[in-house]
Design a protein around this ligand. Structure first.
Ligand code: ZN
Ligand code: CU
Length: 480
């Protein structure tokens, strides 16, 4: 008999690659999966009788802003309680590293943290800090275009980059990739990058193919009336820079655009049929959330204030109502509430379902941990897909859902030996009850732990058990 740390017996094992579940044993020793199948010949320190439960690869949150949250809340309850074992940070053009902060940080940087918390000029610094203060989940980082812009052209953000600034950004991006970033993200819809030309992004993204498996993830220039043009621009960037594209939090925002996902997905399918690597992430809600800016409030059915620094008494209130109480326009109310963040109800349920069901869709929360009243996606995304959309709505089967949270994501982001239950892979695992799993976080009560997640292991260590942190902060920084 060979000895090992852990044997799971009797679980419905979902491999993360989309194949049918199997009832097999899974053996873990130290940080790896070492055997599968009939494993009675192993002498285990711990045997977990997992009958009636599902065992899946730990979920990979393909879209996060956890760059700083991972230090502030190293148990990362809001993610690990959902079964998440890896987060991809640095999205939407905003990365905590490499970042040289300006005197006043433009929106949406305040979503990441306070100015004095921006203290990682290089990815090397960030990585060192994380290995000194490890967290409960793994983290992989994208370098943010807006962060790079702040470093190379802080006084010219409202222009496109000139040759010098571009060269500086290319150099900084190269260094970030050498030091472990897995790609570049952009946020062309946000003030610090809205003036960047398509060409600026192409030139910068052209650095990516120098590094194996690097990706281009983009919060596109427009997600509303001009979403089709934005997808076209994204596809051009991917093609010209020769880099795989990941469209962030894909949606068709605003009542004018309800139903348009038929066209957006057709464009994406067209590119995929021509062998251009294109995928996207999506969260399972019909409301978005970001900084509260006047230009974001058009095209919404309702806007709820998530957190206002000068007017905390307005947190959780509807903007229209605040404006009525203050006898001003909603735009004026925005200005008075700023710095603030908000939740925007601006999507259609059938678009959401069509987008999630697409084979290119990965699940990503886009949750923002710094908010007082966060969007419920921060705590509820993954159980919501498995409970609401799989069990209740039958939008797709459990194996497909898990694939969208694990194997697909690992392969799209080039994360090796993660995202599937295979011999030799890291033991990032989640044990859950497919009959009861459901999100409990709501817009009214957004920080609730979900039901149905039993235990979570990260690199072979117990990180979450029966609704409490498991004590191990065994997450590591992942690079290519
Ligand atoms: Zn975004
Ligand atoms: Cu985002």
């Amino acid at each position: 008999m060979t000895s090992c740390d852990l044997v799971f017996s009797g679980a419905r094992v979902i491999d993360g690659q989309g194949s049918a579940s199997r009832f097999i044993d899974v053996v873990v020793d130290r940080e790896r999966i070492v055997d599968l199948g009939d494993c009675r010949h192993w002498q285990a320190d711990t045997i977990i009788d997992a009958s009636g439960l599902a065992l899946a690869p730990g979920f990979i949150d393909s879209h996060t802003h956890d760059d700083l949250a991972i230090f502030k809340s190293p148990d990362v309850e809001f993610k690990i309680s959902q079964g998440v074992t890896t987060v991809i940070a640095g999205n939407c053009g905003l990365s905590l590293a490499p970042l040289i902060p300006a005197d006043t940080m433009p929106a949406p940087f305040p979503l990441l943290g306070e100015p004095q918390e921006f203290c990682f000029p290089t990815v090397k610094d960030y990585r060192a800090a994380l290995s000194r203060n490890p967290a409960a989940v793994n983290l992989a980082l994208l370098a943010g275009h807006s962060s790079l812009r702040l470093g190379s052209m802080p006084d010219r953000l409202e222009h496109t980059a000139d040759t010098d600034a571009l060269q500086q950004m290319q150099q900084d991006l190269r260094l970030a990739l050498q030091q472990g970033c897995i790609g570049l993200s952009t946020g062309l819809d946000y003030p610090p990058a809205a003036s960047a030309s398509t060409d600026e992004v192409i030139q910068l993204a052209s650095v990516l193919p120098e590094f194996k498996n690097s990706v281009f993830a983009t919060h596109m220039r427009d997600e509303g009336d001009r979403v089709l043009e934005a997808i076209e621009e994204t596809l051009v960037i991917g093609k010209r820079a020769q880099v795989p594209v990941i469209i962030s939090h894909h949606k068709c925002a605003g009542p004018n655009n309800y139903g348009r996902s038929r066209q957006t997905l057709e464009l994406i399918d067209q590119a995929r049929s021509e062998n251009q690597p294109v995928s996207f992430d999506v969260y399972p809600y019909i409301a978005s959330s970001t900084s509260l800016l006047p230009r974001f409030i058009e095209n919404c059915e309702a806007v709820m204030v998530a957190e206002s620094k000068p007017h905390p008494e307005c947190n959780g209130k509807i903007l229209e109502q605040i404006a009525a109480d203050w006898k001003c326009s909603p735009e004026q109310a925005c200005e008075r509430l700023y710095p603030a963040s908000a939740i925007y109800f601006q999507m259609d349920e059938s678009d959401l379902q069509r987008i999630m069901a697409h084979p290119g869709a990965m699940i990503g929360s886009d949750g923002i941990a710094s908010m007082q009243t966060p969007h419920p996606r921060l705590w509820g995304t993954f159980p919501r897909v498995l409970g609401h959309y799989v069990r209740q709505k039958k939008l797709f089967d459990l194996e497909t859902a898990v694939h969208k949270m694990t194997g697909l994501t690992a392969s799209r982001f080039g994360l090796e030996n993660r995202g599937s239950i295979e011999i030799g892979n890291y033991a990032d695992l989640v044990l859950f009850d497919p009959q009861t799993i459901i999100d409990r976080a709501s817009f009214e009560n957004p920080t609730q732990i979900s039901d149905g997640i039993v235990s979570v292991w990260v690199n072979g260590k117990l990180g979450w058990h029966e609704n409490l942190p498991g004590g191990a902060r065994s997450g590591i920084f992942l690079s290519h």
